[in-house]
Design a protein around this ligand. Sequence first.
Ligand code: KG4
Ligand code: ZN
Length: 336
Amino acid sequence: MLVLGIESSCDETGIALYDTDTGLLAHRLHSQIAMHTEYGGVVPELASRDHIRRVLPLTEACLAEAGKAIADVDAIAYTEGPGLAGALLVGASVANALGFALQKPVIGVHHLEGHLLSPLLAEPAPQFPFIALLVSGGHTQLMAVRGIGQYELLGETVDDAAGEAFDKSAKLLGLSYPGGPQVSKLADTGDATRFKLPRPMLHSGDLDFSFSGLKTAVLNLVKKEQQDDGTLDNATRADVCAAFQEAIVEVLTKKCLAALKQTGMKRLVIAGGVGANRQLRAGLDDAAQRRRFEVFYPPLALCTDNGAMIAFAGAMRLKYAAADYQFGVKPRWDLA
Ligand code: KG4
Ligand code: ZN
């Protein structure tokens, strides 16, 4: 069965073709980051318009790469939510129009379920059950995953998401959006021991997170260390990045360990954009060796938003598909 996946929840148009027998055949992505950079964040109306421009050419490119025609598609999966309403509507409309024209089922997929299942696209894929750490620009959640559709929320952020903390701290340091990759790169050259930043809720005794205090600590540090012109010298900036990254990685790692202990599970899956962070991966790999659990990551290219995870989650959900073309979007939507 060949599933076309369409992701358009935020600032990336992602299209993919997933075959339930042979795996991922093609995936294409257009990132709008350059377009939004001058505004310091995503402008929803610009995002919607760009999705409209990109979605069909990317679909055609995927079909060409896979050597398939649109008539070969057996089902269409799209991101139904959560996300920006206008951006979601582009994917929802195209998916449902295609489904109607081709008389094929259309499945609305939860964006976080896409992220959550994306490590199953890697080799080796994790077996159920597992603990999933979802760390993206909008979410930070720990879930117990017992099967497709069987998700239990164990803990989540009470304020900012981990990716949001990266992005906001990057902005305070004069770095452009999205800040995660840049903070991470600078951190590699910095000294993490020069500044000590807080580890919010590390000892809260539950599996919740809080990152807004960390961002405020970065703000205070920037104010204290800034030069006369209001900027930081390069070495100080790298040291702040290193201290920030170390704090966030320590909290994420220790909460994952606590979730494994609490549930007795032995497999950990990392999903979402922050899952691309090399220090987080190194910290978790190290803990996995010492504590004898397995850790799984999506392929690096599938860590951030993409169509492949939507095609895959849609394929997994196909048996629940209702081809009634009564479609909508859910800009706010909890997975569990
Ligand atoms: O999953 P994603 O692409 O989009 C959402 O659904 O939010 O995640 C984007 C987030 C951004 O906050 C970005 O700064 C962060 O992931 N990110 C990283 C890295 N790469 C992306 N954060 C830390 N280190 C990275 N290497
Ligand atoms: Zn995402």
